[in-house]
Design a protein around this ligand. Structure first.
Ligand SMILES: Cc1cc2nc3c(=O)[nH]c(=O)nc-3n(C[C@H](O)[C@H](O)[C@H](O)COP(=O)(O)O)c2cc1C
Length: 396
């Protein structure tokens, strides 16, 4: 008998939760909101691989958003979401709308002078206005209204907002059949979002790359799950870098994972090469929570800018003004490929990243790693040669 001409494909491991049915996806993995990084290519690649892609923007006109949505639709016929950074995003201890941010003129001058001398010392040139954007621009309510209208008109099935942002009128979105996902950094925030009618809450821990919340993922997720009860799906976010993290999220009671940093390693992510190299070189301890960039706590890869700022006595300006100080520095670093000054936003899950590879491989590894971790007896390790053993073999 002749051998079969093709080897049958191995069945893909599966992990299905109720969230998969709700979102119409195969695997309970959602691409976290990463404006500037998650364009149509990454969004579609995550959706095509069975997760939920999330097209993320923080700038541009409504027509530009429409074009991005349409481009994503050309690349996938699966569901995906749109993530917007909303106006007045001020998570912790910063002025709420109606309160005025304190901006003493002396502090402003000191901060501007610091940034100027930093640029001079590090050989960074000011970019003209048309240069690459260095920081998140200020969003206005008009920006939100116009962009949400596009999300509705284009019938995008899922809308997600950034951490600590006031939500738009959910009824309008729900009336158009759009599901709403929103991240919470504390149990209190999660309860507030649930009360407002959000469909899926992300319990986003301190380990997350980007805007920073005060509570670690491990204690936050089960407490949010308990507070919201079985009716409302929770995604765990922050520090999930491999399949074991996804398995842990499920064991903590979440119905899926909200993952950003791990997808920075995707070939389809919009990231300059110098930042890709910085990511590959990053370890578990390469990140820092700093207010030197936006004025709010932000977790990013440590850099000369964050380190130098920490050494000064300077208090960062309140958001959104600090972004006007750091913006020219980051824009200059971006255009001259300076990873020492602007290596990019990421969480400690960057330590898992060893190379740039296709999104579908990253997602397949997350799923198969989670399946294996859930099926494995708990006292069996994963790596045949753990790092400690390798080190012990090195002659002293
Ligand atoms: C490059 C990057 C950019 C991000 N930008 C934003 C943002 O603009 N607004 C926001 O609320 N969260 C932002 N985040 C946070 C993510 O939405 C998500 O919560 C986080 O990535 C999850 O944790 P992880 O990075 O450990 O996977 C960003 C994260 C990264 C890595």
């Amino acid at each position: 008998m002749s051998a079969p001409s093709t080897i049958p494909a191995m069945p893909q491991p599966r992990i299905e939760t109720r969230l998969c049915q709700l979102l119409g996806i195969q695997h309970p993995i959602v691409l976290a909101g990463m404006p500037g990084v998650a364009g149509p290519e990454l969004t579609a690649a995550v959706s095509n691989a069975g997760g939920l892609g999330m097209l993320a923007v923080h700038a541009g006109t409504p027509d530009e958003l429409r074009a991005l949505i349409r481009r994503t639709r050309e690349l996938t016929d699966r569901p995906f979401g749109v993530f917007l950074t909303l106006p007045d995003s001020r998570p912790y201890g910063l002025p709420r709308p109606g309160q005025r941010a304190r901006l003493p003129a002396d502090e402003l001058v000191d901060c501007l002078e610091f940034a100027e001398s930093f640029m001079e010392q590090h050989g960074l040139d000011h970019q003209d206005e048309s240069g690459p954007p260095g920081v998140i621009p200020l969003c206005t309510p008009a920006f939100l209204d116009a962009h949400l209208q596009v999300v509705i008109e284009e019938q995008v099935p899922v809308f997600a907002a950034g951490l600590g942002t006031p939500l738009p009128d959910l009824k309008v979105l729900h009336d158009h059949g759009i599901l709403v996902i929103a991240p919470a950094g504390t149990v209190r925030d999660a309860v507030q979002l649930a009360t407002a009618g959000v469909d899926v809450v992300v319990a986003q821990g301190h380990e997350a790359g980007g805007p920073n919340a005060p509570v670690g993922t491990l204690p936050l997720v089960p407490q949010v799950v308990d507070a919201l009860g079985p009716g409302l799906p929770v995604l765990a976010g922050g520090g999930i870098g491999d399949g074991r993290g996804v398995a842990a999220a499920l064991m903590l009671g979440a119905q899926g994972a909200w993952i950003g940093t791990a997808f920075l390693a995707a070939r389809e992510a919009r990231l300059p090469d110098f930042q890709r190299r910085a990511l590959i070189g990053a370890g578990d301890d390469s990140t820092v929570v700093t207010r030197s960039i936006t004025g709010q706590p932000l977790r990013t890869l440590r850099s000369r800018w964050t380190d130098t700022w920490e050494r000064t006595e300077l208090e960062p300006l309140a958001a959104p003004y600090q972004a006007r100080i750091s913006g020219p520095v980051l824009a200059a670093a971006l255009s001259s490929g300076r990873a020492d000054v602007h290596p990019g936003t990421a969480g400690p899950a960057a330590g898992f990243i060893r190379c740039i590879r296709p999104t579908e491989n990253i997602l397949a590894d997350l799923v198969s790693g989670a399946r294996a971790a859930l099926d494995r007896p708990f006292d069996v390790g994963v790596h045949p040669t753990p790092l400690v053993q390798q080190l012990r073999r090195i002659p002293s």
